[in-house]
Design a protein around this ligand. Sequence first.
Ligand code: NIG
Ligand code: FE
Length: 432
Amino acid sequence: MPRMYDFLLYGAGQLVTCSNPGKGPKRGKSLSDPGIVSDGAIAVSGGTIQAIGPRDDVLRAVGSARVERTMDAGGRVVMPGWVDPHTHAVFSRYRADEYEARIRGEGYLEIERRGGGIKRTVREVRAMSEDQLFEVSRRRLAKILEGGTTTIEIKSGYGLDLENELKMLRVIARLGRELPLDVVATFMGAHQKPPESSGGSAYVRLVIDDMIPAVAREGLAEFVDVFCERGVFSVEETEEILVAARAHGLGLKVHADEITPQGGAELAARLAARSAEHLTKISRAGIDALASSDTIAVLLPATTFGLGSRDFAPAREMIDRGVAVALATDFNPGSSPSCSMSFVVAVACSQMRMTPAEAVNAATVNAAFAAGRGGRVGSLEKGMQADFAVHDVEDYREIPSRAGTNHAVAVVKAGAIAWERSAYETASEVGL
Ligand code: NIG
Ligand code: FE
């Protein structure tokens, strides 16, 4: 055992570990186990969990070693930091007018056709300098951290030409360097065909021949994602792009079966993609394909909510048939301007009938696998990075049931306090 610890947390009324004895993403019944330790403690050294479990066991393990910093969780819930494995968090500004237009009845694709939607954000992002784009994004990520998120995947895709896609990816890399969050970069040049494209295959060639090689050469992304949708990128185009990405050593993700069932989930499974995301219109064959693959289904119920739709992905059927399910915000300026994983967990429970335990596992351990960080973050176990949040609740099920409030009061990243709400001890309902 180490002779010195950076951090010792004790007094966790519920220490929700999301522990993962199977080592891969959780499926079926194992998704139902939140791995709760009552009156738990965590000892950290070198950013890594050295001891975790009931308070007495951890204190015995620490013994008389020096401890740099202690924290009494005061009976509150302590959980892994959220892992958000699908966001478009680097953008210009929110499109709140489109939110109202959708409520009034205009469709998402109709708004796109009249020059709104992604195209509008592309125009704005192209006009911004790299420093401006960094600064707006930095402020957003600081807020995201306050919600208890400690790892985030961010996609490019509002540049849609080589220069502006690289600009976005450099901003994403800088966010990871300068903020206390782990940031995973995904190249999504195939988010849309750009405004200047005639809609033909020339842009697909540009993505394959110029953009993917440049992104891989500069080491600016771990994954490549494609919006596989009628009128955007066909299944054939998606496959061509993903095969090229794989040849450059990049991992694969697909925006699949969101608006029309296209067989995107089946394609993702066949190419052994890391994840298939959205899946609101997934077919039975798509569910079966994912269930018998290692591809993770990343579900985005805040997008359905943000679009004012009722089309939630069939999470129950997926889980019951053995699909590894994760949750994410899809945080973006249009369809899902919410960046709160607690909110996503709440919508997943009330609208997709996931149990709180399933939703919490999907938003932590499984989300970490979807973001390529499985085995390192997402669960609280010996040897894992010490990323956790203290939530001002007595029972973790209050996080979804008491939706609309950010219950996080302290966020620890790699064993260091990354954010703490001031004076929460005296304003708390917990422990009275
Ligand atoms: O995942 N589906 C495609 N793209 C995004 C929307 C991005 C935007 O509206 O700006 C999504 O929902
Ligand atoms: Fe998305």
